[in-house]
Ligand binder design. Structure first.
Ligand code: ADE
Length: 241
């Protein structure tokens, strides 16, 4: 997948994108990540990317020209038939979710636009981006961290990105509910025991136990998730056990 990031601070991505699973995917060219600085698309002496808001008020607003030019330049590099999407990172965007990550993983190319400190001129929001995405109801100093979150979550939905031991299909949220609890060695630690069922060797029983735990955990900690997860007769029976 081609990932283009329009940002005034490309250095912010150095650590997160050069390590662990994303770093490995980039090394293997499963992800091809490129950065474009809108400041390189300013033609004035001071390379100005922002200006005062029309109508007055505090703060500065990111100017349209550097962003439109940066995106036009990236578009020239994309294969004409490639399925691509332009995403604007901002707190007023649609909430990001696992479902959204899975949807975005279907594209050949994603182009992210990050702002910093200030808001975007609304023509960027309305006419340049296909959609705006928020990672939560709080305001960050810029879209870069939000973009890293989205790239990370989307990347691990690509079949080649996770190794065989790192499966996405058992993740929390993958099936719409939380993941069941996991245990590893030792069987007992400071008098805390691993549930006996996991040593039973009865795989059907373990599967049912895990399903029940996942449902219980979701009911207890994130009951809101069950609104979009219609429980089957079998699942209702499991919960009542
Ligand atoms: N930029 C600043 N805050 C943000 C948020 N919550 N989500 C996405 N982009 C942002």
């Amino acid at each position: 997948m081609k990932i283009d990031i329009v940002t005034l601070f490309p250095e912010m991505f150095n650590g997160p994108f050069n390590n662990s699973i994303i770093g490995r995917a980039a090394d293997k060219h499963i992800l091809d990540i490129a950065f474009t600085n809108p400041r390189d698309f300013t033609y004035d002496k001071h390379h100005q990317v922002d200006d005062v808001p029309f109508g007055g008020g505090a703060g500065m607003v990111l100017k349209p020209e550097p962003f439109f030019r940066a995106v036009a330049n990236i578009k020239k590099t994309l294969a004409p038939e490639s399925k691509s999407r332009i995403l604007l990172m901002c707190p007023s965007g649609q909430p990001f979710s696992q479902q959204k990550a899975r949807q975005l993983a279907q594209y050949d190319s994603l182009l992210f636009i990050c702002g910093h400190y200030e808001g975007f001129d609304n023509r960027i929001t309305e006419n340049l981006a296909d959609e705006a995405i928020s990672i939560g109801d709080y305001v960050l100093t810029g879209g870069e961290l939000a973009c890293m979150v989205v790239v990370d979550a989307v990347s691990r939905m690509l079949p080649e990105v996770l190794g065989s031991e790192e499966s996405a299909v058992t993740d929390s949220f993958y099936n719409g509910i939380l993941e069941h609890p996991q245990y590893t060695r030792p069987r007992e630690y400071k008098k805390m025991q691993v549930p006996d069922v996991l040593f039973s060797g009865d795989h059907a029983k373990i599967r049912l136990w895990r399903k029940r735990k996942a449902l219980e955990l979701t009911l207890l900690k994130r009951p809101d998730l069950l609104e979009n997860y219609p429980l089957s007769e079998d699942e209702l029976a499991l919960l009542k056990k």
